[in-house]
Design a protein around this ligand. Structure first.
Ligand code: GLA
Length: 390
């Protein structure tokens, strides 16, 4: 049996749908409709909060926010995908004061105001064609779509990198997840046809050409069906382990360690493995950038394979469905595949020949033979970062 191919709605169709929903709920035209995409990550996993390097790219699927200013100093937040409305007076916002899904947009308004930006009330209607819990950063996309909407509605002059930092602050302090800066940066800064090289210490970014179709290849996401939540504590535990490993090596962060052999200096074998993953994945990001700049996209295959093994065996955050999907993708003719994102659920990214059925069939067959529901496939052409649609 084959898996299900997910064909995205066009962004404009989602924007029209959100605008129409806004009219129904508020009896008025929205002031505008903005979108922010989900992200895939080519390579560099759990390296962002270690001040290392990441290489994400934006997806075609996004979160859309239809928004309009309000004069009563309140946020009215509604979503076509969640229960609501949630109404919050801006003056009452504190770190952690909003819980549940509305914490993401409310947290962004709070972070903007904390940074001294004169953002007032707004009605926000959220819509999305981005699967939730699939490891594609739907939460960062909600934050970033809200950030560009509020910044435009209130004519706040704030750069995209600064918006990414504020959106991350919303996630860290309003939602309470100690995530890094990768997802928000990808959603706000990516360019179509490119990945984004991000140095998570300096904040420096560079677009790196990523055009699989021109190389006769395709980047394929496999939603493994296993759900993950960054809020469940395991992400925070990995982060704490990395900080301990850096201390054991006398380094400010694992970014400062280049030689994987140095992990022999760490007495605790678990911490040594965690460090080895981060150190080697940082090396793989830079190797991947060199390959892409040299036009050798196929050369990424072995790096993806090695990254998966490192995430599975050293960082220990892979999950059964991801291991099966990555292995089957390669057995079916893929050049390389790996689990993606925070871990313990979500998606696999595979580099496969364009139009090849082999990897999809091999993954679907491996799932069927285990009695698992068919996985969903999402073709992932590198797309543009956040912007305005209507
Ligand atoms: C999640 C976090 C990111 C990053 C990845 C793992 O997506 O939000 O900051 O740490 O996990 O690379």
């Amino acid at each position: 049996m084959k898996g299900n191919e997910v064909s995205p709605l066009s962004r404009t169709a989602v924007a029209e749908r959100a605008a129409e929903q806004f009219r129904v709920w508020h009896g008025a035209e929205p002031g505008g409709v903005w979108y922010a995409p989900g992200r895939a990550n080519l390579i560099g996993e759990h390296t962002d909060y270690n001040e290392g390097w990441v290489l994400p790219f934006a997806l075609d699927q996004s979160v859309v926010v239809a928004a309009r200013r309000r004069g009563d100093g309140a946020l009215d937040i509604r979503s076509r995908q969640a229960e609501g409305p949630v109404t919050v007076p801006l003056a009452t916002l504190r770190a952690g004061s909003v819980t549940g899904w509305a914490a993401y947009p409310a947290g962004v308004a709070w972070a903007l105001r904390e940074a001294g930006h004169a953002v007032g009330g707004a009605s926000l209607v959220i819509d999305s064609d981005l699967p939730q819990g699939a490891g594609l950063s739907s939460s960062a996309a909600i934050e970033c779509a809200t950030a560009v909407a509020l910044a435009t509605l209130y004519q706040v002059g704030v750069s995209r990198p600064e918006l990414a930092r504020l959106a991350r602050r919303a996630e860290n302090e309003m939602v309470g997840v100690p995530s890094g800066i990768m997802d928000q940066s990808a959603s706000l800064l990516c360019e179509a046809g490119h990945a984004l090289l991000l140095d998570c210490r300096s904040g420096d970014t560079a677009p790196v050409p990523l055009d699989p179709a021109a190389a006769g290849l395709e980047l394929l996401l496999v939603d493994t069906g296993a759900r993950h939540a960054l809020t469940d504590g395991r992400y925070a535990l990995r982060r704490a382990e990395c900080e301990q490993a850096a201390r054991a090596l006398g380094a400010r962060s694992l970014r400062d360690v280049d030689d994987p052999a140095r992990t022999a200096e760490i007495a605790d074998p678990v911490l040594a493995r965690r460090a080895r993953h981060v150190i080697t994945d940082n090396c793989r990001v830079r190797a991947a950038v060199d390959l892409l700049n040299a036009g050798d996209l196929a050369g990424l295959g072995p790096l993806l394979h090695a990254s998966h093994a490192s995430l599975r065996d050293d960082f220990e955050i892979s999950w059964p469905e991801a291991n099966v999907a990555a292995e089957a993708a390669e057995a079916g003719g893929g050049l390389g595949a790996r689990m993606m994102g925070g871990g313990f659920g979500g998606s696999v990214i595979a580099l496969v020949p364009a139009d090849a059925e082999g990897p999809r069939e091999a993954i679907a067959a491996a799932y069927a033979s285990r009695g698992w529901p068919p996985p969903r496939f999402l073709p992932a052409p590198p797309s543009a970062g956040a912007g305005r649609l209507l």
